[in-house]
Design a protein. Structure first.
Length: 119
């Protein structure tokens, strides 16, 4: 009986605590020195900036349950972008969907991580 209670308790905790993740995949041949995790990284949501830049990789972020809002996922992506040495994030897609029989909310965001040229 104790084992069943433990499984239910752990499952409930995971469901109600929410989950966040952000991952970086390099697309250029270069790796850049990490910036502080709270660096001043810009976010572009309606298209690429007018300044000259180079793409350095793809950022993917996902939030579940109570952490399925853009305001939850974006800071995790910004931190990952800083650690990858990026100057700005250009959002390319944002999808919200329900998962499983319980209809657990999910938010998945894909973006391009860039660095300014001549900086």
């Amino acid at each position: 009986m104790a084992k069943t209670s433990t499984v239910v308790l752990v499952g409930s905790f995971l469901l109600f605590s929410g989950c966040l993740s952000a991952n970086f995949t390099p697309t250029s041949g270069s790796l850049y020195e990490p910036r502080p995790s709270d660096c001043d990284i810009e976010v572009f949501s309606s298209g690429p900036p007018d300044r000259a830049f180079e793409e350095i990789g793809i950022l993917e972020g996902q939030g579940k349950a109570w952490k399925a809002e853009l305001r939850d996922v974006l800071p995790a992506m910004m931190e990952e972008g800083c650690q990858a040495g990026g100057d700005a994030i250009v959002m390319t897609s944002s999808n919200t969907f329900a998962e499983g029989e319980a209809g657990i909310a999910n938010q998945r965001i894909t973006a391009t991580l860039i660095r300014w040229k001549n900086e």
